[in-house]
Design a protein around this ligand. Structure first.
Ligand SMILES: [Zn+2]
Length: 139
């Protein structure tokens, strides 16, 4: 249970526990369709490409490029008061064109963020103990 000063995060629901368990091992995984081999994000029970309901959770390299981002300047949650401004980015992962996820971006000033910036995943421990994926610019 989060405290009032902890950032909220999605509560793992039925079917996506492997994703959160992998985060705790500091691995980024996504569902990969057993029918057509495509990765998909967000997790879903059926592939939108081929209709298969068979999938496995497969590891990704955790590297990608920024496709868009926003700078949060207004703390809409008490936990954000000391954190703003911070960046939330959409990252296209290198495994597949169009495979994009949204996460926090760390290690860069908001004004320095740019399209196509190469980033790599890392994991930040939430006060609850759950590790959360974040991206950081590659050196
Ligand atoms: Zn498929």
């Amino acid at each position: 249970m989060s405290t009032p000063t902890s950032f909220p995060f999605p509560v793992p629901e039925f079917g996506v526990e492997p994703y959160w368990e992998a985060c705790n091992r500091e691995e980024l995984v996504m569902q990969r369709c057993s029918g057509c081999g495509r990765f998909r994000w967000l997790p879903a029970p059926i592939c939108s490409e081929c209709g298969s309901n068979e999938a496995s959770w497969e590891p990704l390299a955790g590297r990608g490029r920024i496709t868009t981002w926003t700078v949060v300047t207004h703390p809409v949650h008490p936990a954000a008061v000391d954190r703003v401004p911070y960046v939330v980015a959409e990252v296209e992962l290198e495994e597949q064109p169009g495979l994009r996820m949204i996460a926090g971006l760390v290690g860069i000033e908001p004004d320095a963020v740019a399209m196509d910036l190469a980033v790599a995943v890392e994991f930040e421990t939430h006060p609850s103990g759950q590790k959360l994926p974040m991206f950081r610019p590659e050196a």
